[in-house]
Design a protein around this ligand. Structure first.
Ligand SMILES: [Zn+2]
Length: 245
């Protein structure tokens, strides 16, 4: 049966891999959420531009009807003016004045319609750019979602395997050691580290020679770094990548 210190070394290695897996996936779901939000905003802009274009089209239809109305009114007034029904100058002047008013109104509408055409062209250009943005974000989002799904599936197998190994280790490890390990892990994710050239590999401070001797003489005891509080284990218990799975 492996010693507690050996089990701690294995546990530390497994937890490091699990932490890495979490970190690796960690950014991707966040990125997908961000892209989803970006897409929503971009689609909202597209809707706004479409609405503005609809409003312009509606305005143009209204103004065209108004133009038609003014044309008919002017034709009638012209007819009236020269129909011989006008009795005096005052009436004639009033008619002239009314016709001038209609012409001014029509000119104003023509100018506005010309401006609207420019506005419409600009909005159409804007809409094209906005729709291109939406398509680009949709593509990126789809890629990221596929990546996330693929990675989750790949990781699932490894994750389950590591969890199984972790459970097996904990079953053999003394409860006190495990409790201490988890306690340290709340502030040091790498709660157990190996001794490297007489130093703690967690905080790199040199360990007193006496501690090194005691570690050799008492492999059953738990030693923690006085400086950082991490559990120390001898370098030969350090697990290389290919050994674990
Ligand atoms: Zn240390």
């Amino acid at each position: 049966m492996p010693s507690n210190i050996e089990l701690i070394a294995r546990l530390a290695h497994i937890d490091e891999k699990l932490d890495d897996m979490h970190a690796e996936l960690g950014d991707l779901p966040k990125l997908v959420k961000k892209l989803e939000e970006k897409l929503r905003q971009q689609m909202r802009l597209v809707q706004e531009t479409k609405k503005a274009l609809e409003d312009l089209a509606h305005y143009r239809t209204t103004m065209r009807a108004r133009q038609q109305e003014l044309n008919e009114k002017e034709a009638k007034l012209n007819e009236l003016q020269f129909s011989g029904q006008i009795r005096n100058n005052r009436e004639f002047d009033a008619l002239t004045h009314e016709i001038e008013f209609i012409r001014a109104e029509r000119l104003r509408i023509e100018q506005e319609l010309a401006q609207n055409t420019i506005k419409e062209e600009n909005l159409k250009g804007l809409l094209e750019r906005q729709q291109a943005d939406v398509e680009e974000t949709q593509r990126e989002l789809q890629e990221r979602e596929e990546e996330l799904n693929q990675r989750s599936t790949e990781q699932d197998n490894e994750f389950r395997q590591l969890q199984t190994e972790r459970k097996a280790i904990i079953e053999q490890l003394s409860a006190e050691w495990y409790a201490e390990y988890e306690r340290i892990r709340t502030y040091h994710p790498d709660a157990a580290v190996h001794v490297r050239k007489g130093s703690c590999s967690g905080c790199f401070s040199a360990l007193p020679a006496q501690v090194l001797v005691e570690m050799r003489n008492h492999p059953e005891r738990m030693f923690v770094c006085e400086h950082c509080g991490r559990i120390l284990y001898p370098e030969h218990y350090r697990i290389e990548e290919e050994e674990i799975i």
